[in-house]
Write a protein that binds this ligand. Structure first.
Ligand code: ADP
Ligand code: UVW
Ligand code: MG
Length: 403
């Protein structure tokens, strides 16, 4: 790798998911985003696989006047979901790194293969360009052993890498910092519970900017109720379904990852549709909603105990940013913990970070739009330019951005 051209200030971010590829081109010199887009429904007809999706991404970038051949590019930043215990920092991608990420496929079968395809295609198109992997698991690597370990036989756990890793870390990192900024506090002096509620959903407890606990575990299946994933359950459910239900391991895997959660409870995984059905008095939709918010409330209580003092609860991602009903229901009755949502503030719609707690609430409740792409670009840029500080610290001015 040669020293980066000082005129090259753009980072392309690829966020390859199980059935979509999101991309954004960010100019780190001025914070602009000259190109962005998403290719969805991969594997369903028109877009055969991730390689085909990446080709569409390359064509779309060229059409937006921002082709991959652009000399303004300084790096490509890739979201990689599982980094195991080896990858706890943004990492310059080499053949060896790709091989290690491939070894982690069994721990994230829906996500890592897509990430690897994105890396391979981008490296083939621009072998000269530094490519950086930013791992979902990295932010959670600071969890203390007592939070990361499952209470199973140590030799077995160690032999198979069975421990809690946590995911959505880029989002938890960004949102916990942004929540501190919204409160005009230093991240290092702020304790935050982050609730990332998208299709996948996870909670984290962040103490002074450092993650001390999160709800996802060995894989992105543990924890909260999600769109199609069950989250927590008694592990004996699996033995029962195998022995009594005659189901295979793969069938149970598919059941818990793809046919459970909100979808399993009521047939819909989109919170908007569930809201519409609840308004019509639909009992199954109401139950799905109630199970979802009950689980959330349990985690808020648990993480309050883990943190001791909570300064902020931050809601983010599709459901967290948009569903006032989920926020209100999840935090209802928590006045004893110093949490009080203001119904008027909570009902205001918008795309800016904002407080939704009442003036009396000891704990600030915030809605913070997540920005995984900015966080990935920041980390990639900092790595390739040896910047002493992640540029997000200047991308999020202390006082004015959220006003
Ligand atoms: N206005 C809304 N009200 C309630 N839920 C919404 C709204 N808009 C989006 N969502 C929810 O957000 C989810 C997607 O969140 P998102 O963060 O985009 O997910 P992901 O990145 O995991 O694909 C959808 O499944 C939908 O339920
Ligand atoms: C790790 C994970 O669950 O990611 P997503 O929410 O994008 O599926
Ligand atoms: Mg997401």
């Amino acid at each position: 790798m040669t020293d980066p051209d000082p005129a090259a200030t753009r980072v392309l971010v690829l966020n390859s998911g199980s059935s979509s590829v999101k991309y954004q081109l960010l100019d780190m010199a001025d914070g602009s985003r000259p190109a962005s887009g998403i290719v969805e429904r991969i594997g369903e007809g028109e877009v055969a696989d991730h390689a085909a999706a990446l080709k569409i991404v390359a064509d779309e970038l060229a059409a937006q006047g921002a082709g991959l051949d652009s000399p303004a590019l300084v790096a490509v930043g890739h979201r990689v979901v599982h980094g195991g215990t080896r990858f706890t920092e943004p990492t310059l991608i080499t053949d060896d790194v790709v091989a290690e990420v491939e070894k982690l496929v069994p721990l994230a079968p829906l996500h890592n293969p897509a990430n690897i395809t994105g890396i391979k295609v981008a490296r083939r198109m621009r072998p000269d360009l530094p490519q950086v992997a930013v791992f979902d698991t990295a932010f959670h690597s600071t969890m203390p052993e007592h939070a990361a370990r499952y209470a199973i036989d140590t030799a077995t756990a160690d032999a198979y890498g069975v421990r809690r890793y946590g995911f959505h870390g880029t989002s938890h990192a960004y949102v916990s910092r942004a929540a501190a900024r919204l409160l005009e506090r230093e991240p290092g002096e702020t304790n935050t519970i982050v609730l990332h509620l998208g299709n996948g959903a996870s909670a984290s407890a962040v103490s002074g900017g450092v993650c001390v606990e999160t709800s996802m575990g060995l894989t992105p299946l543990e924890g909260l109720v999600m769109g199609t994933r069950s989250g927590d359950l008694d592990p004996a459910v699996i033995f029962h379904l195998a022995r009594v239900g005659g189901m295979s391991t793969d069938e149970i895997d598919t059941l818990l990852n793809k046919r459970s959660g909100l979808l399993g409870l009521c047939g819909d995984n989109d919170m908007r549709e569930i809201g519409r059905r609840m308004a019509e008095g639909d009992r199954a939709a109401q139950l799905a909603f109630d199970v979802y918010v009950h689980r959330l409330r349990k985690y808020v209580g648990a993480y309050t105990a883990v943190l001791g003092r909570v300064d902020a609860i931050a809601f983010t991602a599709g459901v967290g940013e948009n569903s006032a009903a989920v926020r209100e229901a999840a935090l209802r009755g928590l006045e004893g913990l110093g949490v009080e949502v203001d119904p008027v503030r909570n009902a205001v719609r918008g795309s800016a970070s904002r407080l939704v707690s009442s003036g009396n609430s000891r704990v600030a409740v915030a809605v913070i739009p997540t920005d995984e792409e900015l966080e990935i670009a920041d980390q990639a840029y900092a790595l390739v330019t040896d910047a002493a500080q992640a540029p997000s610290d200047w991308n999020i001015p202390l006082r004015n951005k959220y006003r």
